[in-house]
Design a protein around this ligand. Structure first.
Ligand code: URA
Length: 426
């Protein structure tokens, strides 16, 4: 088999067979196919697309390129969740304790921030002492004993995806539905859970900008899950606005804690509760309405916040953060971003807001950069809110004073105003 022929076949719009896909993945991962040929094939796939069978093959081959986590030691159905990535997206930190408090074990492997989006692992590491690099044994033991554990993905979880994602990232081939679906689902299949809920983001802060593409991506991932024996459900949620008011690691953990205390922002609680209920539903705990009621009870009774406390304690974190937010890393500088307009916020370019938070230190500029856990943006106003000249729209937090002005310049570009109240998307 020759890589040249495979590239040519896809370039001309033909379907690749399973052996050709397997050859590409195994030989590329073994270092026998150079980056330029792999990049050419990815671009051909990007432009020509892949059908359902090709996407399923790519997914399973990438999933099997490394460890397949075996969760069979943990009794019962195991649940997992994945978001396609957003700004202010702290839903895992709310959903996972709720689902565990409802009796479904959550064995979750999460990632770090990607581009303008944040990652659950970075957020959890904002909790003093919290260890996400736990061994497989500790991970399994914690899920068995407490019903919950969240760990970083090991280097050997779908390594083919890791290598291919790094190439896609620098060759403008990320935003393709089949490639995103297979990338995400390969990691989910390798992570071993039986039931999966997917939060597919749509809008300016998401990888998929249009609702139509987001629905297609959702359907494609659900199909892959179902075809490989994992019951999967997807919810398409709005990312044309940051989720909640907090963007940045410590700020987001605090907001998630508030949500688990039933005091979080409405949009964040709505999305997190919906995802949790859908997951409980496919775990066969009841009808959707009954599952929604279970979710509310888990939060209102305090069982969900106790689950988060258990998770933090088991993974070496300081559980006192739950009632004392001053224990989180504190920023040396706080700057209030003020409205220059009278009117309404018409829209927020959410990816630009993610970049502004990254600029303040909340994300990584390069793979090697370290994160400032205290950095980020706390909004006071969002799309649809009325503002008057001089009102605080957001507070910026950072340990690098020189980052405040570039972050404000990004917010100037991201936030648009209008005179009459705009329509708000559900
Ligand atoms: N997240 C992933 O894990 N993979 C993609 O391709 C896009 C987002």
């Amino acid at each position: 088999m020759r890589m040249y022929d495979i590239i040519e076949k896809k370039r001309d719009g033909f379907e690749l067979d399973s052996e050709e896909i397997r050859y590409f993945i195994t030989e590329y991962c073994s270092g026998n196919i150079p980056d330029y040929q792999a990049a050419a094939l990815l671009m051909a796939i990007f432009l020509r697309g892949m059908n359902e069978r090709e996407t399923a093959d790519l997914t399973t081959i990438m999933a099997h390129s490394g460890d397949m986590v075996d969760l069979s030691e943990i009794p019962g159905i195991k649940a997992d969740k994945h978001s396609t990535g957003g700004v202010g997206d702290k839903t895992t930190l709310i959903l996972a304790p709720i689902v565990a408090a409802c009796g479904i074990p959550v064995a979750k492997m999460s990632g770090r921030g990607l581009g303008h989006t944040g990652g659950t692992i970075d957020k959890l590491e904002a909790i003093p002492g919290f260890n996400t690099a736990i061994s497989r044994e500790v991970f399994i033991k914690n899920v068995k004993e407490t019903g919950i554990s969240i760990a970083g993905q090991t280097g050997n979880l779908a390594p083919a995806d890791k290598k291919i994602y790094a190439l896609r990232d620098v060759t403008a081939t990320v935003n393709n539905i089949s490639l995103i679906a297979s990338s995400i689902m390969s990691k989910k299949l390798a992570s071993g859970a039986d039931r999966i809920v997917l939060d597919v983001k749509t809008g300016s802060g998401a990888f998929m900008k249009s609702l139509e593409d987001s629905v297609k991506l959702a359907r494609e991932m659900v199909k892959i899950g179902e075809n490989t024996g994992r019951r999967t459900v997807a919810v398409v949620t709005d990312m044309d606005i940051p989720l909640g008011y907090a963007v940045g690691n410590s700020l987001e953990i605090i907001e998630a804690i508030e949500a688990l205390k039933n005091k979080g922002p409405r949009d964040l609680m709505e999305v997190s509760f919906e995802l949790a209920a859908r997951l409980l539903e496919i775990c066969e705990l009841g009808t959707l309405d009954e599952c929604k009621q279970m979710v509310r009870e888990a939060v209102e009774s305090g069982r969900a916040i106790l689950k988060l406390e258990e998770l933090i304690e088991r993974q070496g974190g300081n559980k006192r953060v739950i009632n004392d937010y001053s224990l989180f890393p504190q920023a040396a500088y706080k700057y209030d971003y003020i409205s220059q307009y009278d009117g309404y916020i018409a829209s927020m370019k959410t990816d630009t807001i993610g970049v502004a938070s990254l600029e303040l230190g909340a994300g990584r500029e390069t793979k090697e950069s370290s994160i400032d856990y205290a950095a980020g943006i706390l909004f006071r106003k969002k799309t649809g809110d009325h503002v008057e000249k001089g009102d605080i729209i957001a507070s910026l937090y950072t340990n690098k004073q020189e980052k405040i002005s570039p972050a404000c310049a990004l917010l100037d570009k991201a936030i648009h105003f209008c005179e009459s109240k705009p329509e708000i998307k559900p």
